[in-house]
Design a protein around this ligand. Sequence first.
Ligand code: OAD
Ligand code: ZN
Length: 236
Amino acid sequence: MKIIAFTGAGISAESGIPTFRGKDGLWKKFRAEELATPEAFFRDPKLVWEWYDWRRQLIAKAEPNEGHKILAKMEEEFPDFYVITQNVDGLHQRAGSKKVIELHGNIWKVRCVECGHETYDYRAPLPEIPPKCEKCGGLLRPGVVWFGESLPLDALEEAFRLSREADVFVVIGTSGVVYPAAQLPYEAKEHGAEVIEVNPDETPISRIADKIYREKASTGLKKVYQYIKERYGSKG
Ligand code: OAD
Ligand code: ZN
C-alpha cells in the first residue's frame, strides 16, 4: 500500500515559519510573487537575498514540529511511504524523513548564475549579501525554484509517478494554487487514491478530498495516522 504525504508551507507554520499566503506572509510589504522570480532577482539581487537571508535565519532557529515528526514515524512504520514537499526548509529531513522529494529546491543550496557551480551554504545570516561564487566570483542565487521557472525534472517525474501509484494521498498545509505541484492531488485522485486533506482552511483541493481534517498539521496528522492504521493495518 503506497502512502504519499504532499506538504506545503502550512506544515512548517507550527515551527514558526510564516506561510506565503497567510497573514504573516508579507515581508516588508512584498508578496512572494514579487520576490520569488528571476526578474525580481536580476533587478535587485540584494533585496531578494535579504528576504531569503531572513527566511534562512528563521529556519535555522526553527525545530521540526509534531507534524513533521509524525510523517517521519509513518515512514518508519509503512514500507511504501513518501513525502513530496513544496517546502525548501529541509525540516522533513531534520525530523527524520528520508524519502523526501523536494519539488521547489532547498533554501540552503546556492548556485552561481555565471558558472553554474552549486553548493550548500548553511550560514545564517550570510556574511555578505548578495553572496559571490567561490569559484568565479559570480553572483550566487538561492537553489530554489522561482515563479516562471521549471521544476527539477527528476523530482517532478518521480512525484507524478508516485502520485499515480498512491493508494492514500494526504495533502497537508498547502493552498493548492501553485502549479504544477498543485496538480498532484488530482493526479492521485484520478488514479484511484483516497485523498485526505489536513488544513484549517478550505482550498481548491477540498473539493476532491475524500476525508478532511479542518485543523493544524500536528493534531490533524495524528488523526490521519490513527485512521490509516485502523483502515489499512499497521504495516500498511
Ligand atoms: P501557502 O502559503 O500558499 O499555503 C499555506 C497553507 O497552509 C494554507 O492553505 C493554510 O490554510 C495552511 N495552513 C496554515 N497553518 C497551518 C497549519 N498549522 N497546519 C496545516 N495547514 C496550515 O503555501 P504553499 O501552498 O506551500 O513556491 O505555497 C506553494 C508555493 O508557493 C511555495 O512552495 C512557494 C510559494 O511561493 C516557491 O517558492 C516556488
Ligand atoms: Zn561561479
